[in-house]
Design a protein around this ligand. Sequence first.
Ligand code: BGC
Length: 382
Amino acid sequence: MNINSLISHVTLASVIFAGAAFGASKATITMQSFGKTKDGADTALYTLTNANGVKADITNYGGIVVRLFVPDREGNMDDVVLGYNTVAEYILDTPYFGALIGRIGNRVADGKFKLNGQTYNLVTNNSPAGIPCHLHGGTLGYDKVVWDAEPFIENNTPGLKLHYFSVDGEEGYPGNLDITVEYRLTNDNSLKIDYLATTDKATPVNLTNHSYFNLKGEGQGDILDHVLMFNAANYTPVNAGLIPTGKISSVKGTPFDFTSPHAIGERINDDNEQMGFGGGYDHNWVLDNQDGDLALAGTVFEPTSGRFMEVWTEEPGMQFYCGNFLNGSHIGKSGKSYHFRNGFCLETQHYPDSPNQKSFPSIILKPGEEYKTTTIYRFGTR
Ligand code: BGC
């Protein structure tokens, strides 16, 4: 289905798919226009509803998860991700709310790396402590492009297949990268993301999703009372420019130890050099599971709503960023400003600056190989 031809016929949300239901409710997908980009390209917003009434609004602009409604322990649905109501606001200014990130998620020191004897210069679009680096794919990362979209329902599970062809040289990266991302809203209340990519030239690839969560609901204050547990005995400490030093350090005895449950706010103001560099948590955890199988990376629990979220991934790392750069300047979907630490991200990934860190797992994809990785955000209550 060509979305542009569909969008031109659809102004109000209309049901475009309904699943076959056997006892349970039917999964549905509706679609509406999400407005035009500056170049006049149409964008669409797809509402995926699973058999339990859990809903995700996803746009093909940046593959952004715009809304995600999940129940609290009383069954009340709240939107647990930060974001905007219009594509225009995402285009104007976003700290990557809900977006797909690539070609390299996270930072590359000085925007430079060497591959097969050649030095590649990426756009430097970020400079923590005045030290320039490449962040989240550059000035025109995958969060800022329009993806081809194909909604589908299989086994009463609604999904959205997104495709983007990232050309050789884009933002300085070598090789044409053919990318498919599939979102599914499964009936165990999971948002499942499958990333697939192939290339015609060796290139670094590290895709992720940059959703900011607040399990109380977006706009409902800070996330410091959320309780985390990570299956990660180590993390990658950084320098002042938020680039890993190359060390894999034990979390034991530090505020980075979430091997047992701790509230985000519990140790965030501890006198700790790493916490100073990040302005709070903004680090990559080395997940205990390193074999590429799907494993539980961590769990987040919000006591007042009773909501929890599990993160499952095949990736070896996870960036936990707790919204230290949010400063009230972004006004979200319900008209509320997003202030300091009003949302947190759990970005499953390979480690930051991987192309320059020989001891980290490689992110180089070669022609003939397939980049294939899955991450699941599963929601429940207790
Ligand atoms: C990074 C932060 C960065 C933020 C941008 C996160 O993934 O870890 O350092 O500022 O993205 O919004």
